[in-house]
Design a protein around this ligand. Structure first.
Ligand code: UD1
Ligand code: CA
Length: 440
């Protein structure tokens, strides 16, 4: 049965910071893992919970770029400008005018923690709801809590404040329970705190974390929700963190696929995006990179050294071999693309055989238009053939090796553009004789 919450839920995602340590012109939240920006991961996890009907993204640094990404992908999200960026408390306060009469829960997340799952967000909101809390903070126990805000408790173990590392006393720095930066707020009651935040701290910023002290002083119900899986709140601050996040996400994706019956030969050299589904008994050989959203069937053999780039829909018993790149293409059952080929914006039927070095020329760099190649059931292409899109090779047709195909090929026909073969007898012999004559 669907769990019913006592109140409505909206979200605020913080994404205004520069991310100085990324050393990049690109805003931090637009850095990608498997071709999806960090902010996209957070937004997708939030969006999976259909009771969250509205999202506010706080933007600032390179706001136009972030806004463009949000507009293109999330229709229920609104960007709010924070300029200058005076701290996380200042960031959330920018949403106050947009949530004036809202009497529900607001969940606050950071755009730079891409590993957070919708299950965790759901459990967190339900915990808040079940406890009739006014404010719940997600926390975790870290062996090395460096750089995180610390969860401070009184002698009765009551959660009373969050202290940032830069403001912490030595005994506070020793605390291993940290603030994950994810909050659930009873908006009507707690949003009044934003009028009274101060910036008299080590960083001269308005800290969102100070709402804890405020809520405790008002005798409100303040809770912490301790997360078991620390990986989920891993925040990205540098390119090294980004690589670490790829590793964590990839490992999770590979384990899930193996549990579903996919055979993966080498976990260290295989990268498969979490948005790719693969059928049972498909074998993935080493050095395969699969990014974006793809559907791959059962009993296929992929790799070694294959690159599937997004938007592939591949049937059962398909062979994708070495040095083959597939992009935005449908490939039906029992078809082989075994060596050195590029298949882009294409539809391949079943029992098609693609010869080594076949290229679908899908892009016209002058018009900048991409066109489709269609190869129907039972057709085949010879080695080193180029199919200049838009073009169709019909059922059972054959393309001769080395041909450049610019017109549709009828069923059961052979298309060949090869110049006639000439054999010039003794040509080499004569060359040798000429050369040795010259030297004398
Ligand atoms: C924050 C928390 C800290 C917590 C940590 C978890 C505060 C004061 N501290 O610290 O307790 O342990 O997150 O990762 O909140 N941002 C804005 N506008 C601003 C400042 C920041 O939108 O003016 C955004 C950033 O883009 C980022 C997020 O807020 O996505 C967090 O900011 P950051 O500066 O990284 O905070 P931390 O120092 O990590
Ligand atoms: Ca951070």
């Amino acid at each position: 049965m669907e769990f019913m919450l006592n109140k409505k839920v909206k979200s605020i995602v913080l994404a205004a910071g520069k991310g100085t340590r990324m050393k990049s012109e690109l805003p931090k939240v637009l850095h990608s893992i498997f071709d999806k920006p960090l902010l996209g991961y957070v937004m997708d996890s939030v969006n999976k919970l259909d009771y969250i009907d509205e999202n506010f993204i706080i933007v600032g640094h390179e706001a136009e770029k972030v806004e463009e990404f949000v507009k293109k992908n999330y229709e229920n999200a609104k960007c709010i400008m924070q300029c200058p960026q005076l701290g996380t408390g200042d960031a959330v306060s920018k949403a106050v005018p947009f949530l004036k009469d809202f009497d529900g829960y607001v969940i606050v997340l950071c755009g730079d923690t891409p590993l957070i799952t919708s299950e965790t967000i759901k459990n967190f909101i339900e915990f808040h709801d079940n406890n009739h809390a006014d404010l719940t903070v997600m926390s975790a126990i870290f062996e090395n809590p460096k750089n995180y805000g610390r969860i401070i408790r009184d002698k009765n173990n009551k959660f009373i404040a969050i202290v940032e590392e830069k403001d912490a006393l030595p005994q506070q720095k020793a605390v291993k329970e940290i603030n994950a930066g994810i909050y659930c707020i009873n908006w009507k009651i707690v949003s009044t705190a934003f009028n009274s935040l101060q910036n008299n701290n080590a960083q001269g910023e308005y800290y969102l974390t100070d709402i804890v002290k405020w809520a405790v002083s008002k005798n409100l119900n303040v809770q912490s929700y301790i997360l078991d899986n620390n990986e989920e709140i891993f925040g990205i601050n540098s390119k090294a963190d980004l690589a670490e996040a790829v590793k964590i996400l990839n490992k999770k994706s590979l384990i899930k696929l193996m549990n579903e019956g996919v055979q993966i030969t080498d976990l260290n050299s295989t990268f498969i995006s979490p948005e790719t589904t693969i059928g049972a008994d498909t074998v993935i050989l080493p050095n395969v990179y699969i990014t974006g959203k793809n559907i791959i069937g059962k009993n296929c053999k992929i790799g070694p050294f294959s690159h599937i780039r997004n938007g592939a829909v591949i049937g059962n018993n398909v062979r994708i071999g070495n040095f083959v790149e597939i992009k935005k293409s449908v490939i039906k059952d029992n078809t082989n693309v075994s060596h050195l080929s590029y298949i882009g914006d294409s539809e391949l039927g079943s029992h098609v055989n693609i010869g080594a070095g076949t290229i679908t020329a899908n892009y016209n760099p002058i018009s900048k238009i991409k066109s489709k190649t269609i190869i129907k059931d039972g057709a085949n292409t010879g080695s080193n053939s180029v199919l200049v899109a838009p073009v169709t090779v019909n059922e059972m047709a054959s393309v001769a090796a080395g041909s450049v195909i610019t017109k549709d090929v009828e069923s059961y026909s052979l298309a060949v553009t090869r110049p006639p073969l000439r054999i010039i007898q003794d040509w080499v012999k004569r060359k040798i004789e000429q050369l040795s004559g010259g030297i004398k």
